[in-house]
Ligand binder design. Structure first.
Ligand SMILES: Nc1ncnc2c1ncn2[C@@H]1O[C@H](COP(=O)(O)OP(=O)(O)OP(=O)(O)O)[C@@H](O)[C@H]1O
Ligand SMILES: [Mg+2]
Length: 507
């Protein structure tokens, strides 16, 4: 028999995403266009937030080649007034997949070191054109790079580099790429995305020139900035063996007591002493002398030790009730809206906050199953709704009948906001959140609270409605009854029925 042998090979991260670009949201031409816009916009918002800059973001999309059949070729330009990217970093930040500055424990929109680079990679493989980046950190120079990605080796290829004087002290980043797309199909999503992004980021000024020559302007709505999310240390209950090993490797502490106190959040010396006693580890032990077995034991004990306080949530920047209500009212002017903010909670050591709003009536359209809006770390999620934990909660775990809602017909919208130092996205395309039990529990609990308030409103409204109908009937017939009874009784003067009606109105 002929011997069969498999070929083994290793591929680079960019090669992996070249082969599996759907994982990052670059599927069909319409969605890819949308993904490219959102990745660049989110990078700009993140960069500005970290440096406490009020973002001015300009997006330009032009059709440069019309093809029949589609897809067409577009030029996408995104410019921001952010902190800029240091020139030595530019080729890597934009020409190397899985290279980024957000692998920290901080609430950011980006996470993977992939989004913007993936848009560049997609542009490159669909048009064979290079990307163009202009950036300055506000120094005396502006740097301009023309680059592409060596996909096989995941390395940036700098094709051209120019330096210009920066007399005005400008800082920011301008990126342009060419890419295949389908704006006809993507336009409504892109505009909806920008609209919702502007609502949850009122400090941003966003301008969009679309390929049809239309201008969409989402003006800054607030003058100030919320305080930027802070970076935090890991929580002991969210640690795993690998993370612990790395902390030991980079640490300078020479005893376990100092090591734990300095490298983790929410632990003081008393708690650590208690923990070490329970775990049977001397506080004076040098962490660098821990063997594999000891590390595994410590990590296990850390997870099950109940003496640690919950992860801190003051590193998170949520939206808050007034703000959410204002946004919903401006958009939908509903007859009823309520917001529930859950207390901070945590999953796998990551703090998170859930806020849920329920709105009813007004300009909310009736949609089978109700409308669901999802936001994570101040970005709207528009695709893959059916795979999201919020969808599961709204569509399968809540029994709407209990709340007097006919979910198939009533004009109802649910808004779910999740904030965390790490959002458990199901894919690197960042479009749907996994159903981590803790997150699901908080969402369900918040939605139930909001629905109870809605039920109270609807039954008040139902009562008032029934009363109004009754009054209508009475006022129609009472005067006639008065007339008939007057003539039946042979009397001249009809009795006045208004006091009776007033009594009914009050009662
Ligand atoms: N407009 C910008 N201003 C400043 N820095 C930027 C900008 N765009 C990208 N960067 C830097 O480039 C890095 C890579 O961006 P990229 O979008 O590829 O990944 P990411 O944002 O870190 O994660 P994600 O894959 O979730 O988007 C970022 O981490 C950031 O440091
Ligand atoms: Mg990004």
């Amino acid at each position: 028999m002929e011997e069969k042998r498999e070929e083994f090979e290793e591929i680079s991260p960019s090669d992996f995403f070249y082969r599996n670009r759907d994982l990052a949201g670059f599927t069909n031409p319409a969605r890819s266009l949308y993904s490219a816009v959102r990745e660049f916009v989110e990078n700009s918002l993140d960069a500005c937030e970290l440096y406490e800059i009020l973002p001015d973001i300009v997006i330009g999309l032009t059709e440069v080649e019309t093809r029949s059949p589609s897809p067409n070729i577009y030029k996408l330009m995104v410019a921001d007034n952010g902190p800029g990217v240091p020139q030595e970093v530019i080729p890597f930040a934009f020409g190397k997949v899985l290279y980024g500055s957000k692998f920290t424990l901080r609430q950011t929109r980006g996470m993977f070191g992939l989004g913007g680079t993936m848009a560049i990679l997609y542009g490159q493989i669909t048009t064979n054109k290079s990307a163009h980046v202009v950036s300055s950190t506000g120094t005396s120079k502006i740097y301009e790079f023309t680059l592409s990605i060596d996909i096989l080796h995941n390395e940036p290829v700098v094709l051209k580099r120019r330096v210009a004087n920066n007399d005005s002290g400008w800082h920011g980043t301008v990126i342009d790429i060419y890419l295949e797309g389908d704006y006809m199909k993507a336009s409504s999503r892109i505009i909806e995305y920008l609209k919702q992004t502007a609502i949850v980021n009122p400090h941003a000024d966003i301008t969009f020139f679309d390929p049809y020559g239309r201008l969409f302007k989402f003006d800054r709505n607030v003058a100030g900035l919320a305080s930027p999310p802070r970076e935090v240390k890991p929580h002991p209950q969210g640690i795993d063996v690998e993370m612990f090993r790395r902390l030991v490797f980079f640490s300078e502490e020479t005893n376990m007591l100092d090591f734990l106190v300095n490298n983790f959040q929410r632990v003081g010396r008393v708690v650590v002493n208690n923990f070490l006693k329970k775990a049977g580890i001397p506080p004076s032990k040098d962490p660098k002398t821990l063997n594999r077995h000891e590390i595994v034991t410590i990590v296990q004990k850390m997870r099950s030790f109940y003496g640690f306080r919950k992860p801190r949530a003051d590193c998170l920047s949520s939206l808050g009730e007034d703000f959410i209500i204002a946004g919903i009212q401006r958009e939908y002017n509903p007859e009823f809206v309520t917001v529930v903010m859950q207390p901070p909670s945590s999953y796998s050591g990551h703090p998170f906050i859930v806020e849920v709003a329920v709105a009813y009536g007004g300009n909310i359209p009736s949609r089978t199953g109700g409308l669901l809006y999802r936001f994570t770390n101040k970005i709207p999620l528009l695709y893959d709704e059916g795979s999201d934990v919020a969808w599961k909660v709204m569509r399968t775990l809540i029994n709407w009948k209990n709340y007097k809602v006919n979910i198939e017909e009533d004009p109802i919208a649910v808004f779910v906001y999740l904030f965390s130092t790490k959002i458990p996205y199901k894919t690197v395309g960042k479009e749907c959140v996994a159903d981590r039990p803790e997150i699901e529990r908080e969402m369900l609990s918040a939605l139930r609270k909001a629905c109870r308030r809605l039920r109270a409103y609807l039954s008040r409204k139902g009562k008032a409605e029934r009363k109004r109908k009754k009054l209508e009937i009475f006022s129609k017939y009472l005067s006639q009854i008065a007339r008939f009874s007057t003539s039946l009784a042979g009397k001249e003067r009809e009795p006045d029925v208004t006091p009776l009606l007033r009594e009914l109105e009050v009662g």
